[in-house]
Each structure stands twice: as C-alpha cells, then as structure tokens.
Design a protein around this ligand. Sequence first.
Ligand code: ZN
Length: 353
Amino acid sequence: MPVTVYPWHQQQWREMLLRKTALPHALLFRGREGIGKFDFVRKLAQSLACESPAADGAACDACRSCRWFAAGSHPDYREILPAALRAADLQPAVADSDDSEQPAPGKRKPSQEIRVEEVRELQDFVNLTAHQRGSKTIVFYPAETLNVNAANALLKSLEEPPPSTRFMLVTHRPSYLPATIISRCQQVVLPTPPAASAEQWLREQGIAEPALSLAQTGNAPLAALTLDDGEFWAQRKALLGSLVGSNIDPLMLAEQVRDFPVGRLLGWLQRWTYDLLSAKAVGRVRYNPDFAQALTRISTRLRAADIARCHRALVRQQRSINHPLNARLFTEQLLLSYAALARGESPMGEHAG
Ligand SMILES: [Zn+2]
C-alpha cells in the first residue's frame, strides 16, 4: 500500500518540506491515534532520502531509494516498533520467509513495549557508513511504548547524536514520555481533521456511516476506517441493545458476549457511561448518537455521581486490558459493575463513603 500524506496534514507537510535541509536531529510528531502520523513520517523519511525529489521536495516514488522504501528495505532507514505491533503488521501471504519465526504453542506473547535490546541493536546500524547520501533515519512508533531502559538508551543517543542520523519519534500520548526525551526533540503537532472533512474522506473510502464511525474514535479517520468490519458494528449493537433494557442480567449478558474482544467491550462500556454522564449534564451524547434517546432516558433515573464513579472504574480497568488474567471473569466484573449502576446501586469496587 503506498504511503500517503492525508489531506488534513497538507499544511504541516509543506512546512516540513520547506525545512527539509534544516531539520534537527530529533523530531517528535504528536497527535491523536488513528490520524495518519506514521504515514506522514514515513513519507517524510522517504522524501529526505529520495534521489530525484519533485520541485516541492516530495519523494518521486520512482528512484532506487523510493523503490527501496516501497519494498520496506531501505538500507539507511529503520522503524522500531513493539513486537506486538510488528506481528500485527505481518502479511499472511509471506509465510514462506522463515518458519522458525512461527510462534510455538505456549510461547510468550509478543511484547507491547520497545525494549532496550532493540535500541542497543541500532548501534551497529548507526555506526555503519550511510549507504546513500550520508543520512540515516530511525523512527520510533509509538514512542510512548519505549520502556524505561529503552528510553534511557535512546536518551544517550539524543544527547550525543551520532553523525548523519535523524531520530523521528511518533507518539499518541506524549505525557507518557520522559520529559528528558521530549526536551531534546523538536515537536511537530499533527492535527485531527475537522469533523466535516473527516466525514467526507471516509465517505470517499466507501464507509457507509462515517459520522457514527468518527463519533466512536474521536474524529480520527484512520481509526474509524479500521472499524469497517461488520463484526464491530454487530457486536456493538448486540451489547448496547442489551444495555438499553431495564433489567440487565450481567451473567447472562457475559455469556452472550463471551466471544467479543475484551478490549472492545471495555471501550464500548466506557463510551456508554461517558455518554450517560454527558446526557445527564448537558443533554448531549458524544460517542453513541444512534442511542441518544435511550441514553437520555436511562440517565434521568441515575445519579450523576454514581455514573461518574462507574465510568472512572471502567477507565481504570484499561490498564489490565493487555493481560486480563481471565477474560471471562474480567467481562463479568465489567458487566456486574454496570448492572449495579443501572439498578441504582453504587458500582462495585468502590465505596461511596
Ligand atoms: Zn525518489
């Protein structure tokens, strides 16, 4: 798939191209998840390395360097991602590459973090003479997944930058990054598009209900695009349809949703309680406009403080999501907690006094 700079990033794109020859050795690209930051940075790195760029500085997509980028094999370019994200990137069609890479049963799950070994291994890459015109680019994505040791190792490189090497950090959550790292990078903010243009773009991609998809993702168009699987919408409808009922049986509901991805379930419940609170406070919902009436009706018989407490408890569960000990038990707890709220009781796991 060719890498694109999206319409809502054109202004930042032109600014970067104008500064092409004067970019600092460390850049931090920040913005909401699912708006196209990684594509922006890949295209920028490609344009910096291009052998015959266009008049505006953008990559030609035809030279040897650009072809290497398209093949993911440029000798002066590296992307450092957590193993879990790299695994998600693998195409099933290339299974003939290396059988020893197949995860064995019982093998540890791929890491969600960028580890120190991965940063240290860059040393060889950095020390080798640059293949092309003397400039190397290393991208860290998402940079907030650097664990403490990896961040410290990177910090050393940022403090004493190796020659002809450029670091590009991409982050959805800059507040998770050490201030020492942030202070050594020049920051580039990539914006979330306005709702109308995001909606138009999604419609052009063939999305049937762009407004609803965008509401689910806080206006992030690429994140909205990934919701384009029938399963997401069918499961969401099944869950929210059950939450609308006046008498929720949490254990029976847990049985009904036992095959739903736990992360999605948690997200739906978080957005549902957010909307209950919003309906109660300002008479508007944000994430679930198609359930606005039901949300308003339910919110009128609940206390704002109870909704808020339940919502906070659900948000806290986010930390457990990468390794819930028992998915079924986890789901039951979430639903018990919500059912208690719907019955007008204080949610589980927190005491009112
Ligand atoms: Zn080129």
